[in-house]
Design a protein around this ligand. Sequence first.
Ligand code: THU
Length: 148
Amino acid sequence: MSTRNQEIVKFSDLDSDIQELIRTAVAYRQKAHCPYSNFQVGAALKCDDDSVFGGCNVENVAYGCTICAERTAVVKAVSEGKKVFKHFAITGDVTDGFISPCGSCRQVIVEFGTDVKVYLAKPDFSDVLVTDMDTILPLPFVPTSIPE
Ligand code: THU
């Protein structure tokens, strides 16, 4: 069984590389194309070789075609040949609590592994909810779930 890891940490208490990853997510949030929801989301994904891929939400007038920020970052990483993810920072203007990836994004992230640290960050660099994929998507359906 997976253990639940979630802790609220001050931005300034995080390691400098994680602070930098959150800054990248906040910067990508500014790039959001969200004329329908006016809700900007930014993401930054660090891979096992320390490469970083940012993403924002990209909405569409056909609303169902919208792509979330997290999936933008995943698609950018995978299309550059990077499939081992270490850290995922996500930010959005949630005033009450923390932004958290939607179910579809969680499923897309665990396709490439569940051992991913997740940083749900307020865009004002105050508090960060530090968690991981095992915690936010317990008992996932992953590629190894399918018998050979
Ligand atoms: N959104 C994300 O980018 N990530 C999530 O995990 C949740 C929702 C976007 C989709 C849409 O553009 C806007 O937030 C409002 O739902």
